[in-house]
Design a protein around this ligand. Structure first.
Ligand SMILES: Nc1nc2c(ncn2[C@@H]2O[C@H](COP(=O)(O)OP(=O)(O)OP(=O)(O)O)[C@@H](O)[C@H]2O)c(=O)[nH]1
Ligand SMILES: [Mg+2]
Length: 456
């Protein structure tokens, strides 16, 4: 069982050298513990500092009287704090040694080391954040583009939770009607007409699911492998998309030996571009190992940019690369459009969209970027809309809820009896409750919060 009764402590800033570093305490003893270690100028005690104000002084080891660091101390009285408990933050110099010493002193004087995400867990347990909001804290920290940040901040603000609750409330209402007929069988009540309510819940869940798919793209980014035979211009394409000379480019086939990853922000979508070694038959051991990595990158990619050279007739290697990527979403990039065309590329991988570019001159790049975005979102929606759900866990919960609502509707139309309908509706509301945390098990909470770092 989780407890809120003890006082936890951790370094809440990144480990390393910084201008300042913060040690955070949360719990009923936060202030007394800090007071034992803190002295105002002139060796005055901390006393009862004003809430949400900084107090200047020093942390010292009470046992020896030795000064550990010069600090600013912030006391935040419950309940207007991150955890809704008493919180003390000690702003010390950012070196790892003073911060560790301050934590050690807090431990010695009654605090306990915080677990991963335990401050945020306390915010959840004390009801300040629901589960979806608590998860959003992590997404805010990890956001890789402005668009991913917008999604996360939105979720932190509770927009997703509000929509989930609305659906859940609707289902709970329908469930209450159904249960009334189960509870009073002697009155032989007909099952009330809850189908319109269920149909609406179904529509809302479908919307959320669709948004969740798009949100995942913003959250996690798209792994995009650039593959092709040697010398077609894969590294040139990487550099062109990055607008930076990142990879080595030479006229010598087999220049790229190892895979190379770079993040690029494409209209808010984080694109993890992976440049790979050109794939062909070779006796060179190093090249062979690189090619093996290229194969794996192609297999793991969310999207493949299959590069061919339009100015040179195709070879067997082009076919091999094509076969390798046959079951991945692929865009054929016909490169070197600045040179005369040597073959009819339209017959190559006709199932995939083709974009003609010159990595050398930059011609066709905007069209390629547009094609990537379109493929990523399957032409459905534009990238400027703001999705509100971005978490794989949420997507699963929505899917399960949707299935149960659909089952409940089917049971209703087939006249299968109120208890079956009730079971499905209960399952659906439970699935939704796991998003906001009303029905989350301790195991689920452990899994979620173990992704956080200590101090958050
Ligand atoms: N004319 C022309 N040359 C290009 C273009 N793109 C790349 N090249 C040239 O083609 C050669 C190979 O380019 P790279 O980008 O190194 O090709 P690669 O596919 O990464 O090659 P490997 O790493 O060996 O597999 C270089 O000399 C580039 O300057 C283009 O659009 N037009
Ligand atoms: Mg290369």
């Amino acid at each position: 069982m989780y407890t809120l009764d003890d006082t936890i402590v951790a370094i809440s800033t990144p480990i390393g050298e910084g201008g300042i570093g913060i040690v955070r305490l949360s719990g009923p003893e936060a202030l007394p513990i800090a007071a034992r270690l803190f002295r105002r100028p002139g060796n005055q005690p901390l006393g009862e500092p004003e809430s949400h104000k900084l107090t200047y002084g020093h942390v010292l080891d009470p046992a020896s009287g030795r000064v550990v660091d010069e600090v600013l101390l912030a006391y935040m009285r419950a309940p207007h704090t991150y955890t809704r408990q008493d919180v003390v933050e000690i702003n010390a110099h950012g070196g790892i040694v003073p911060l560790r010493e301050i934590v050690a002193l807090c431990l010695k004087h009654g605090a306990r080391t915080a677990n991963e995400g335990e401050f945020t867990l306390r915010a959840f347990l004390s009801g300040r954040l629901d589960l979806a909001q608590a998860e959003a804290v992590l997404d805010v920290i990890r956001a890789r583009t402005e668009a991913s940040l917008r999604v996360a901040v939105d979720q932190l603000g509770g927009r997703l939770s509000a929509r989930v609750r609305e659906i859940r409330d609707g289902l709970v209402g329908a469930l209450a009607h159904v249960e009334a007929t189960i509870d009073f069988p002697e009155e032989d009540l007909p099952i009330p007409d809850i189908d319109p309510a269920l149909a609406q819940a179904e529509r809302q869940l479908r919307d959320l699911l669709q948004e969740a798919d798009r949100g995942m793209i913003y959250r996690q980014g798209i792994r995009t492998a650039i593959v092709g035979r040697p010398n077609v211009g894969k590294s040139s394409l990487l550099n062109a998309l990055l607008r930076m000379e990142r990879a080595i480019v030479t006229p010598i086939p087999g220049t790229t030996r190892d895979t190379l990853e770079e993040l690029v922000n494409l209209q808010g979508v984080p694109l993890v571009l992976v440049d790979t070694a050109g794939i062909n038959e070779t006796q060179d051991v190093i090249e062979q190992m690189g090619i093996e990595r290229s194969r794996r990158s192609a297999e793991r990619a969310d999207l493949v940019l299959l590069v061919v050279d339009g100015s040179e007739p195709p070879t067997l290697a082009d076919e091999q690369v094509s076969a390798l990527t046959a079951n991945r979403p692929t865009i054929v990039v016909v490169n070197k459009s600045d040179l005369p065309a040597a073959w009819d590329t339209s017959t190559f991988r006709p199932d995939a969209p083709h974009v003609s570019i010159s990595a050398l001159t930059g011609a066709g790049l905007p069209a390629l970027e547009g094609c990537i975005i379109e493929t990523v979102f399957s032409g459905g929606v534009t990238a400027s809309d703001q999705p509100v759900a971005s978490n794989p866990r949420h997507r699963d919960a929505f899917r399960r809820a949707l299935e149960h609502v659909a089952d409940a509707r089917r049971a209703l139309t087939q006249g299968l009896g109120a208890d079956l309908v009730a079971i499905d509706l209960t399952e659906a509301t439970n699935a939704l409750g796991q998003v906001t945390g009303e029905t989350a098990s301790e195991d689920l909470l452990d899994t979620i919060f173990s992704n956080f770092c200590i101090g958050k």
